[in-house]
Design a protein around this ligand. Structure first.
Ligand code: BGC
Length: 816
């Protein structure tokens, strides 16, 4: 259907039909109007495989969703620094989505890893916006190459899970544009995603879904986005404000509540019909485009499993390898210790959970390869078991090759809540101590969704990080451990020495009302390098079974003019005995800037494969725009004139080659707080006082005093209102139903924790949208007054009773 026909169709629709088209009809589908020739479009999570729910695949029926390939999640994929691989993997996901009748796959997640504690970091790519943006763009290109739409999420500044549905992010403009919005900008401009998902949180006090500035001025006008904006699930606050702001589709179904709000606002003249028509236009364009492409096409799951294994191997990051301890010798027996060799942590918990078509843990991979090995669990689950530890240590004493598999159980890697520390579980640390004491020659393989503290590093000879490697992680790991694949992954995030040394340590997570991003631009390595703070493993770091040498850096020009591309060339040599991949990185420094600047900023990278003994000239092109940054005086991206340093190497802390280029541009005269001599120009440690931050934020900060009875609002979370018996009743009910219908993790403990966190952090207003139409907006208002002790208790109780009857019928929170 062409644009003209869509407009004609819109003209033929009633107001009711148009309003209803702007909301889902259940958890996953849009409204069909068969008599008008409008089909329904189906979505599914994302982002590392397809989670297509259907009636036959419920928790009770042996699987929470239709089986699909679970590819390595974003945290692992980003470690490959390989956009081509990301695109190939995403194309396979697109093919599976299509074969399962899914027209929009909900991913990728492009949020920045502000803190290693974020519960959702396993779903996100990096602490660096360029790497996150390029990987997200590759994801979108891959999925959309299969005729399936992507949904770039969570737009924007959703960097903590704590209170994610009500928290407001306070970020200064430079950090906002150059760090937090940047990956979205890159992905939108480069890959044109079919949809963008607006995040749960507020930015500067305004919910993302209702944020006209964010969705219209930034996303559409500045970034040139032409697709559809949908709400994250339950993120819409005021549907009329959402339509006016450019949030075209509310998900999931609000069971008529959203439609009514839109109709009332149009009738009252507070919302224009034009704004509604624009939203309908975006909905219909998406629906017609992707349902037209929806021809069933079988896909090859066996080939995808092999791709998942190959990807897992390419993502693995070798963090330590003393005296070439790895690879293991396949001709000798291997002692494998660690419950995770069997119950391998291969994905995180929450909405992204994939029911894997096949699973290969490490032991299965060793069996299939005929490897001679012995297995000792050492630990199991979360509990301590002295006998298991003892047996493992005894076995390790005389073993010639020992592999200890450790990692985060699901409980520590889950959507809906943040981690509270960066340690491995105590029962695993105990095994590590005992085994390392029995045999100093051990290799540790880590399965984790994010950075960990490794104070035990000196006790192990080698360390391989598999991240969360997807369903075939066991086979991917085997190939790397035995040298069939040379590890070439590099860290896409810094691994700090200790949580206390992370830049946002004093401001993460925060709540209940506001989280302030006091560290401004100093996220991850931008902070560690600027403040000269030691890390355990720097951003960009990764070893190999071979060695690489960098030499002969040359810049094509010493003076770059406006609009030109700078070609950075250097020689990379593989000076070892085996073929391998290197991730070469180019960073910028800005000694002449009038603004405060991080010491280094990643501006280019390339994953290069080289045969043993080979040399190659590597060229990395830096378009003029790579030198641009947000200018707080004009509110535009500009290139500041002056000297720029370019630094080349294999991590943010190992940059052997440097050169300078003079770049043409504008002269900046920033306001004092943004200037080089301002507070942020002289950062020392991670203390970023509120006064300094307020000067760059240029708005007063909100109070984080919890609300008391009498002042609760529709946005107060159920957890904050726990003193109220009515609220406790609803929370209990919501939990019970959610427990029956949702599975957040393979691990019941993690599932339960996620469900409790989600219900605790649910704003009161969401009782309306998430109660299958049972709690009306009026009932919610009356209830809230009663909860606030402002009377109307009898009326409220009557409504509660009425709702209660409805609840029994409709299952609060089930949405379907
Ligand atoms: C998550 C989204 C997800 C959606 C649908 C939300 O809770 O934040 O990432 O796509 O649920 O499952």
């Amino acid at each position: 259907m062409n644009d003209k026909q869509i407009w004609e169709l819109i003209r033929s629709l009633t107001l009711e039909e148009k309003s209803a088209l702007c909301g889902g009809i259940n958890s996953w589908q849009t409204l069909a109007l068969p008599e008008k020739g409008i089909p329904s479009l189906r979505m599914a999570d994302g982002p590392h495989g397809v989670r297509r729910e259907d009636k036959a695949h419920t928790r009770e029926n042996g699987g929470p969703s239709i089986p699909a390939t679970c590819f390595p999640p974003a945290a692992a994929m980003a470690g490959s620094w390989d956009t081509h691989l990301m695109q190939t993997v995403a194309a396979a996901m697109g093919a599976e989505a299509r074969s399962q009748g899914v027209q929009v796959l909900l991913g990728p997640g492009a949020n920045i890893k502000r803190s290693p504690l974020c519960g959702r970091n396993f779903e996100y790519f990096s602490e660096d916006p360029l790497l996150a943006g390029e990987m997200a763009a590759a994801w979108i290109q891959g999925v959309q190459s299969q005729g399936v739409g992507a949904s770039l999420k969570h737009f924007a500044v959703n960097n903590q899970e704590t209170k994610r549905m009500s928290i407001s992010a306070a970020v200064d403009v430079r950090a906002l544009f150059d760090i937090y919005l940047k990956p979205f900008e890159i992905a939108v401009k480069k890959a044109a995603p079919a949809t963008v998902m607006a995040s749960y949180n507020k930015i500067g006090g305004v919910y993302s879904c209702d944020n006209r500035w964010l969705l219209l001025e930034i996303l559409r006008l500045r970034f040139g986005f032409k697709g559809l904006v949908m709400s994250d699930w339950g993120a819409e606050d005021k549907r009329d404000a959402g339509i006016a702001a450019g949030c075209d589709l509310e998900m999931p179904a609000s069971h008529g509540a959203g439609t009514r709000v839109i109709l009332d606002a149009i009738q009252a003249g507070t919302l224009s019909e034009d704004a509604l028509d624009t939203a309908v236009w975006n909905v219909l364009r998406l629906v017609f485009r992707y349902t037209a492409e929806d021809r069933p096409s079988p896909c090859n799951y066996a080939a995808h499993n092999e791709l998942a294994a190959a990807a897992a191997a390419k993502c693995a990051v070798l963090l330590k390898n003393e005296d070439a301890h790895l690879p293991f010798d396949a001709g000798k027996p291997l002692l494998v210790i660690g419950g995770m060799a069997e119950n391998t942590h291969f994905q995180g918990g929450g909405s992204s959970i994939v029911n894997p078509k096949k699973r290969t843990n490490l032991l299965q991979a060793l069996n299939a390869a005929g490897q001679n090995y012995t297995y000792m669990p050492g630990y199991a689950g979360y509990g301590r078991d002295a006998a298991l530890v003892q047996n493992a240590a005894v076995a390790a004493r005389n073993a010639s090759q020992v592999l200890l598999v450790l990692g985060l159980p699901d409980l520590f890697d889950c959507e809906s809540y943040d981690r509270t520390h960066l340690r491995l579980p105590d029962n695993q640390l105990e095994v590590l101590e005992a085994v390392a004491a029995a045999n100093p020659d051990i290799c540790v393989a880590l399965c984790t969704g994010g950075a960990l503290e490794t104070p035990w590093l000196a006790k192990v000879r080698s360390l391989l990080c598999l991240y969360v490697g997807g369903q075939a992680v066991g086979e991917g790991a085997r190939r790397v451990l035995f040298g069939l694949e040379n590890p070439g992954g590099h860290l896409a995030e810094s691994w700090p020495l200790a949580l206390e040394s992370t830049p946002c340590y004093h401001h993460y997570p925060m709540g209940p009302n506001e989280v302030s991003y006091n560290e401004s631009l100093y996220v991850g390595y931008r902070y560690y390098n600027s403040a000269d703070v030691k890390v355990q493993f720097p951003f960009g770091y990764g070893l190999s079974y071979t060695r690489f040498e960098y030499s002969e850096l040359s810049l094509e020009t010493a003076a770059l003019d406006e609009g030109e591309t700078l070609r950075v060339r250097f020689t990379l040599a593989n000076t070892g005995d085996v073929a391998g991949d290197e991730v070469a990185q180019v960073y910028l420094s800005r000694p002449d800037s009038a603004l405060y600047q991080p010491a280094h900023t990643l501006v280019g990278f390339a994953r290069v494969s080289l045969a043993a003994g080979a040399r190659q000239t590597v060229e990395i092109a830096l378009p003029y725009a790579r030198f641009a940054a947000y200018d707080p005086s004009t509110g535009t991206d500009v290139v500041e004139a002056g000297r720029y340093g370019l630094h080349v190497g294999d991590s943010s802390r190992s940059l052997p080659l440097s050169a300078q280029v003079q770049v043409a541009g504008v002269t900046l005269t920033p306001a004092a707080p943004f200037s080089k001599s301002g507070f942020y120009g002289q950062i020392q440690g991670n203390t970023f006082p509120a006064a300094a931050f307020e000067a760059i934020y240029q708005k007063p900060l909100l109070s984080n005093m919890p609300r008391q009875k009498g002042t609760y609002t529709m946005h107060t979370t159920l957890g904050e209102m726990h003193r109220s018996a009515i609220v406790r009743f609803f929370k209990k009910r919501a939990l019970a139903v959610a427990r029956k219908s949702m599975q957040s993790s393979q691990d019941p403990l993690a599932s339960e924790k996620a469900l409790r966190a989600s219900t605790d952090d649910l704003p009161f207003k969401n009782l309306v949208s998430m109660s299958a139409g049972v709690v009306s907006p009026e009932a919610a208002e009356t209830l809230l007054r009663a909860v606030n002790g402002k009377g109307g208790l009898v009326r409220a109780l009557r409504m509660v009773l009425k709702s209660w009857k409805g609840l029994k019928r409709n299952d609060l929170l089930s949405n379907e």
